[in-house]
Each structure stands twice: as structure tokens, then as C-alpha cells.
Design a protein around this ligand. Structure first.
Ligand code: CA
Length: 233
């Protein structure tokens, strides 16, 4: 099941969108302003982001730019009320994958969503669309069930270990610094430190059987960690 984040402040638009996307089998989260939308998107758990341009707090172009700078690579479709070439150019330059002008036909938006999701799945991730799984080596991170499997057998992870692994895996290839990991996996307001991350990384590596020689969870000195999906066991 794909997770979609809608960042849109007009109830008439997001309520219609939410209803339709849920009935099409998407899992939907809505944020009504640019700042909370950006924070939510930075969790890195969304497969697709629908991003309005004219938003309270922070406009959609800026949100898009910030998300790309942060390392979020999920496809972004901009929803623009102003059907001008300039908007389109700005949006695409800030890293959006596509745009659609309001008012739009739902069937056209759905087709565009499917197209970017298909492109993204092929180029960015090894995904099994049936289970929304990320495949690496002998492992399958099954995001529908929220579990990790090795050769089809579940490996027990606690909630934090799962979220940490999911966050690294969906951002595969990118360096995630310790502050990003703390913010997303542990949340802003608690007493966790970078030591907490290192301890959990060690546990995850142990469970992945790569305590000695990391294959998937790679340490990037002075910065953080990078997930490598390509290594075989
Ligand atoms: Ca708006």
C-alpha cells in the first residue's frame, strides 16, 4: 500500500482527494500548511507527496526545495492554482516530478500518480509492489506488515529498530546524518542522543548478520549512515 502525503490547505480539495485516494487503496495523511507538511514529509516514509503551491506558513516551492535539500527523494506532484508556465518551471526546477493545475480531473491526477510511482519504483528502489516491500540481499522489509523477513522468516525488531531500518532503507544511497535520524526515528523532544542511534545500529547490524563487515548499513565517518541496497549476502 503506497503512503501518500497531501499538503493542501483547501478543505474542499484535500477532503475530495483523501476520500478518492483511500478508495483507490492509498494510505493518506493530510497536512494543511507548509511548515507542518514539510516536517511530516521529512519523516521520509511517504511514497508520494501531493504539494499545493499557495500554502499558509511556507509556500509549496520552498517546501519542495527544502525537502530535496534534506535528501527526500520521494516523487512530488505540485498542485497549482495558477496555470502559468512560470509556476511549472519553478516547480520542476525545485525538484518536483510533475505538476497539475487546479481544478483537475481526478482520473488525470491518478494516472500521473501511477506514472511517477512506476518510474520511481524502477529507478530508485527495489520494491515488490504487492507488499510494498524493499528487497535487499536475502532480506525483505515488508512495509505493509511492518516487519523484516530473511528468506521469508520474520526477524524480530523492536519499534525503534524497525523505524530506523525503514528510514535508512527508503533513503537508500543517501547519507543520513545523526540529527536527521534522531528527529525522524526518535522525535524532536526526548533525551535520545547520537549514542542511542549507534547502539540501535549495532543491534540492527547484528540482526542483519553484518556485525563484522557492514554490507547494508554503512558508516559515513563524521556524518552518519548510508544504506546500501545493492550488496548481496
Ligand atoms: Ca492553497
Amino acid at each position: 500500500m503506497y503512503k501518500v502525503l497531501i499538503i493542501e490547505d483547501e478543505p474542499g480539495v484535500y477532503m475530495t482527494l483523501e476520500d478518492r485516494l483511500i478508495s483507490e487503496g492509498y494510505q493518506v495523511t493530510v497536512k494543511e500548511d507548509g511548515i507542518s507538511g514539510e516536517t511530516e514529509a521529512k519523516k521520509g516514509i511517504y511514497d508520494l507527496i501531493l504539494l499545493d503551491v499557495m500554502l499558509p506558513g511556507r509556500d509549496g516551492f520552498k517546501v519542495c526545495e527544502n525537502l530535496r535539500d534534506f535528501g527526500i527523494s520521494s516523487p512530488i506532484i505540485m498542485l497549482t492554482a495558477r496555470n502559468t508556465d512560470l509556476d511549472t518551471i519553478i516547480g520542476l526546477r525545485q525538484g518536483a516530478d510533475d505538476y497539475i493545475s487546479k481544478p483537475f480531473e481526478m482520473s488525470i491526477l491518478l494516472a500521473r500518480m501511477e506514472a511517477v510511482l512506476r518510474r520511481y519504483s524502477i529507478t530508485e528502489k527495489k520494491i515488490n509492489p504487492q507488499t510494498n516491500s524493499i528487497i535487499f540481499g536475502n532480506f525483505e522489509l515488508n512495509r505493509d506488515r511492518g516487519i523484516l523477513l530473511k528468506n521469508g522468516v520474520e526477524i524480530q525488531l523492536n519499534a525503534q529498530e524497525y523505524r530506523l531500518l525503514e528510514f535508512l532503507a527508503i533513503n537508500t544511497g543517501k547519507v543520513m546524518d545523526r540529527n536527521d535520524i534522531l528527529d525522524v526515528v526518535w522525535g524532536y523532544d526526548n533525551e535520545s542522543t547520537s549514542r542511542t542511534i549507534d547502539v540501535h545500529i549495532a543491534k540492527l547490524r547484528h540482526k542483519l548478520g553484518e556485525s563484522e563487515i557492514p554490507k547494508h548499513i554503512i558508516t559515513v565517518r563524521g556524518r552518519g549512515y548510508r544504506f546500501d541496497i545493492t550488496q548481496n549476502q
